[in-house]
Design a protein around this ligand. Structure first.
Ligand code: SF4
Length: 381
């Protein structure tokens, strides 16, 4: 297939759904319980809801929405640190649009901007370098976040700043890594996941080899999936086929974009600039060993953590927020007490309602809100 419409072909979807239905019956007969498949990536969650895929699948398949939306796992303390840097006199603070709306304990970056802080949205970290060149007397900070997908462009920006001798640029690094996170989910005592749809964009950088331990040690199949509806259906079919044949492997459905060996230039840039942190705090998941990166010592002069005195406080989410339970797949978004009431995309209480890739935002945007509210009321009664 060549054009995007071909990945949305209803006739092919019908054929795949029929094949999924047959395999599901066979797998469930053996398992004697429903199947839980986690889509790790927020982009997959978005496609699943946008195209109504969850409703087309057999009732015995439950899709669990994973932690692969970087904005959604940003803890409040980190947002407070961003606001503290942004409110420092003379600073220009830059980041991607979604990050500006994540609530901190006092305010979001967008609210800090409304109160006078110089916070600017950029589309690439290189935009921040351009701002730094234009404002040599001001410190210009980029808030870098995201998995290995966005990490290479941040690393290359640091290298470019060094090459040009730009001294008024710094990076507040909140980049995170996918493999330790999946491992933390697999080690969770209340694990209910039978298989994974692996993240397509991250795999474009890291390849498929880093996932091998999931099949080998944890005996769970993982299929790296693309982001169109037929990609998702095809990947679910591949997962079921493995389970039906008693196989447990790492497969790559997204080979047209994600090479098995990854992107060596991107991996080299990452390794040059970043090193693993001992641990990193995730919203709703707590601290996960080696799940984040920081800047290596040779780049310390670009490190905002060393340039600014940060509060670095651990701030608990508001009691009414159930983002952690949603992230772990313990409850569905609509089961959160404030879903669609106090927490909406316009007034998000939790980060999962902020980004379009967040599970709560996807349910809110594409779900039957009235139906979900009545279901929750019925559950509570
Ligand atoms: S509805 Fe809001 S508070 Fe509840 S889990 Fe979703 S984002 Fe978090």
């Amino acid at each position: 297939m060549k054009y995007v419409d071909e990945f949305r072909d209803p006739e092919k979807a019908t054929v795949l759904l029929a094949a999924i239905g047959e395999l599901t019956q066979s797998v469930v007969r053996e398992l004697r319980r429903p199947l839980h498949i986690m889509e790790v990536c927020g982009g997959h969650t978005h496609t699943i809801f946008r195209y109504g895929i969850a409703n087309m699948l057999p009732a015995e398949i439950e899709l669990v929405h994973g932690p692969g939306c970087p904005v959604c796992v940003l803890p409040m303390g980190q947002v407070d640190d961003c606001v503290a840097i942004a409110e420092t006199p003379g600073v220009i603070f830059t980041t991607f649009g979604d990050a500006m709306r994540v609530p901190g304990s006092r305010k979001s970056l967008l609210q800090a901007k409304a109160e006078g802080a110089d916070v600017r949205m950029v589309y690439s970290p290189l935009d921040t370098l351009a701002i730094a060149r234009d404002n040599p007397k001001r410190e210009v900070v980029f808030f870098g976040l995201g998995f290995e997908t966005t990490m290479p462009s941040t690393a290359l920006t640091v290298l470019q700043a060094e090459a040009e001798g730009i001294a008024n640029f710094s990076l507040f690094c909140n980049h995170i890594t996918i493999v330790p996170t999946i491992k933390a989910i697999l080690d969770s005592p209340d694990l209910r996941i039978d298989a994974f749809l692996g993240p397509g964009h991250v795999s474009m950088v890291i390849g498929t080899t880093p996932y091998e331990f999931i099949a080998r040690h944890y005996r769970r199949p993982l299929v790296v999936a693309g982001f169109e509806p037929l990609d998702i259906l095809h990947s679910i079919w591949l997962v079921l086929k493995q389970m039906n044949e008693g196989r447990c492997e790492i497969e790559n459905q997204y080979g047209r974009i994600a090479p098995a060996e990854g992107n060596s230039a991107a991996l080299h840039a990452i390794a040059q600039v970043f090193e693993l942190r001992e641990f990193f705090e995730w919203r709703g998941l707590g601290s996960i060993d080696h799940s984040g990166v920081r800047m290596r010592a040779p780049y310390a002069r670009y490190d905002a953590e060393r340039k600014f005195a940060l509060p670095a406080l651990h701030i608990a989410d508001p009691k009414s927020c159930q983002c952690g339970e949603v992230l772990k797949g313990v409850i569905k978004p609509w089961q959160c007490k404030v879903f669609g009431a106090a927490c909406t995309p316009e007034t998000p209480l939790g980060a999962l309602m902020v980004s379009s890739e967040g599970a709560c935002a996807a349910y809110y945007q594409y779900g039957d809100l009235e139906g979900l509210r009545s279901k929750r009321a019925a559950d509570a009664a």
